[in-house]
Every structure is written in C-alpha cells, then in structure tokens.
Design a protein around this ligand. Structure first.
Ligand code: HEC
Ligand code: HEC
Length: 262
C-alpha cells in the first residue's frame, strides 16, 4: 500500500508541483499518520530537489541524524550490559532487600549475599532465573517482573556494596586444601584458579567467576550439591557440574565451610 502510493507520487512528480489538487487528494487518501508524514517528507524532498540538489543532501543528513538514536538505543542496551544505574537500582530493589538485606547482606542462610558480587554475574543469574534456565520458584517469579534495565540497575546497586565477608575460622583445613590444590587423583580442578584467593574473585575483568568467599555456608552447599546433581545446570558448558561431580558430600561440606569463613 505505502509502496504503491510512493510509486504513484513519483510518477506524478511533475503534476504534484504543478497541480496542488493531486497533492491534496493523495494526502486525504492516506489514513496512517506515519505514512502521511513519509509522503509529505518525500514531496518536500522532491520539491527541494527541483531547486537545489545540495538541499536534498542536507535534508537527508538531518533525517539520518534524527532517526539514528532509535537504532543506536537498541544496540546500547546490549553494549551496556553490566552498566546499570545504582541509584535507580536502590529504589527498584526494595522488595529484594527484604530477603537479601538492604546492603545485600542477607540474614537467612538459604538466601545468598549479593553485596560486592560482580555486577555482570548478578545480571546473568537474573536473566537465567527469568528465562527459567536456573530453576527456583521464588526467584523465577521475582525475575519475570524485571525488565533488562531493571536487572542492570539492581545488579549495579548490589555490586557496589562492600564485598561480602565471612564468619571467621574453620575447624579443619580439608576444605582449604581442596580449594587451593584441587584433587588430581579425581581430576578436580583447584577452585582458586577461577574464584581467586579466598573466593573473592580473580580480577574486575573476570565477572563470570562469582565471588564465593564470605557467602553463607548453607547456600554454598546447596549450590554445590545442585551442580553435582545437575539440578542447577546454568554454568557455561556445565563447567561447575563437571568440576564437582567426583566430590563426596563430605568434600562439598568442607569446601562450603572453608568459603563461608572467608
Ligand atoms: C522471598 C525472598 C526473596 C526475594 C524477595 C528475592 N530473593 Fe533473590 N534469592 C532468594 C533465594 C532463597 C535465593 C537462592 C535461590 C537458589 O538457590 O537458586 C535467591 C537468589 C538470588 C540470586 C542468585 C545469587 C547467586 O549468588 O547466584 C540473585 C542474583 C538474586 N536472588 C537477586 C534478587 C533480586 C534482584 C531480587 C528482587 C527483584 C530478589 N532476589 C528477591 C530469595 C529472595
Ligand atoms: C574453570 C573455572 C572454575 C573452577 C575451577 C571452579 N569454578 Fe565455581 N564457578 C565457575 C563459574 C563460571 C560459575 C558461575 C556459573 C553461572 O554462571 O551460573 C561458578 C559458580 C560457582 C558457585 C555458585 C556461586 C553462587 O553465588 O551461586 C559456587 C558455590 C562455586 N562455583 C564453587 C566452586 C568450587 C567449590 C570450586 C572448586 C571445587 C569451583 N567453583 C571451581 C567457574 C569455576
């Protein structure tokens, strides 16, 4: 419809300028506002063309500039991953704070601390909950209500809080040994190589490896068991599931105790 109209108008180009009646007729026939505007723009451009070619170029440049932010805006959402607004995030996360703590330091052992966690890691988990890739009744329901922008903002808010801190000492050094050295006989990689010293993360450039030192013990243990049993299977290439598969309940318990103390 729109193409045919434009074609018609182009064919009638001369007439359009010479006979105002055709121009008026064409516009009356067009109901859509957008189409109306497009045709008007074409006509204007055509008129100017008759006078001076450079004016057309000028008009086109303006048209491009004014329409560009629309497409650039869409791309910037993807490019800006992990660059949410923490001030907006504080407001948007009021409900979350009820369980995760005002500054991301939750009280319940089953609810993870988010304080000082990598922004991009939090964002990934929220996306995974929203998509149902990481199953959890409460969090799936929470995440489904959030837009991409909301997720970026709340992730940013929790990430800028003081990094989570643990409870202190542990009874045995079994967990520390496994964490630092892994277990070659069972082909278990050392956790420290990805999660950093004391589980505090590697560098600011490695947000895919979450902070786990200072996290609640019950939460950590549940995640490790869930990875092993494939109840949680959202790590890239199932890397975490493959790493912990050979480990016993006792090993996982020792690791969780060590990490919770950091
Ligand atoms: C009713 C309590 C509750 C509320 C409200 C809640 N959460 Fe959670 N959240 C949990 C629990 C419990 C878990 C652990 C789920 C699991 O085992 O996968 C969790 C897990 C998470 C995780 C995963 C952390 C990690 O280390 O992998 C993130 C991120 C998260 N929540 C963010 C949020 C955000 C953002 C909101 C608000 C929109 C929110 N939560 C609201 C209870 C809650
Ligand atoms: C090759 C790198 C690598 C190694 C080695 C590794 N991890 Fe991970 N770990 C990851 C990645 C990546 C994730 C995040 C997965 C995701 O996006 O859900 C993760 C997530 C976790 C989580 C979930 C954190 C949370 O907040 O929910 C725990 C707990 C964990 N790892 C513990 C360990 C332990 C214990 C070891 C050693 C036995 C270990 N990891 C070794 C890469 C690794």
């Amino acid at each position: 419809m729109s193409l045919r109209f434009c074609q018609l108008l182009l064919v009638l180009r001369r007439d359009v300028y010479e006979q105002n009646s055709i121009y008026a007729y064409a516009l009356v026939k067009i109901n859509s506002f957008a189409l109306h505007a497009t045709v008007k723009a074409i006509l204007w451009a055509e008129m100017i063309f008759l006078h001076k070619n450079f004016l057309v170029l000028f008009g086109l440049a303006i048209l491009m500039v004014t329409t560009m932010p629309v497409s650039r805006g869409d791309e910037s959402i993807k490019q800006d991953d992990g660059k949410g607004n923490p001030v907006a995030g504080k407001e948007k996360s009021k409900l979350c704070q009820g369980c995760h703590g005002e500054d991301g330091n939750s009280i319940s052992e089953a609810t993870p601390k988010l304080s000082g966690q990598y922004e991009k890691y939090i964002l990934k988990q929220l996306r995974d909950y929203k998509a149902g890739i990481r199953p959890h009744e409460i969090m799936n329901a929470m995440a489904i209500e959030l837009s991409e922008e909301d997720m970026a903002d709340v992730s940013s808010y929790f990430s800028i809080q003081v990094k989570m801190k643990g409870s202190g000492s542990v009874d045995t050094d079994e967990g520390e040994k496994l964490y630092l050295k892994g277990d070659r006989s069972q082909m278990v990689m050392a956790c420290v190589s990805c999660h950093g010293v004391k589980g505090k993360g590697l560098t600011p450039d490695t947000p895919m490896y979450p902070v786990i030192g200072g996290q609640h013990k019950d939460y950590l243990l549940k995640q490790l068991i869930d990875y092993r049993e494939n109840e949680r299977a959202n790590s890239q290439n199932s890397i975490m599931s493959r790493i912990v598969r050979p480990l016993s309940d006792g090993d996982l318990e020792a690791l969780a105790s060590y990490l919770a103390a950091q």
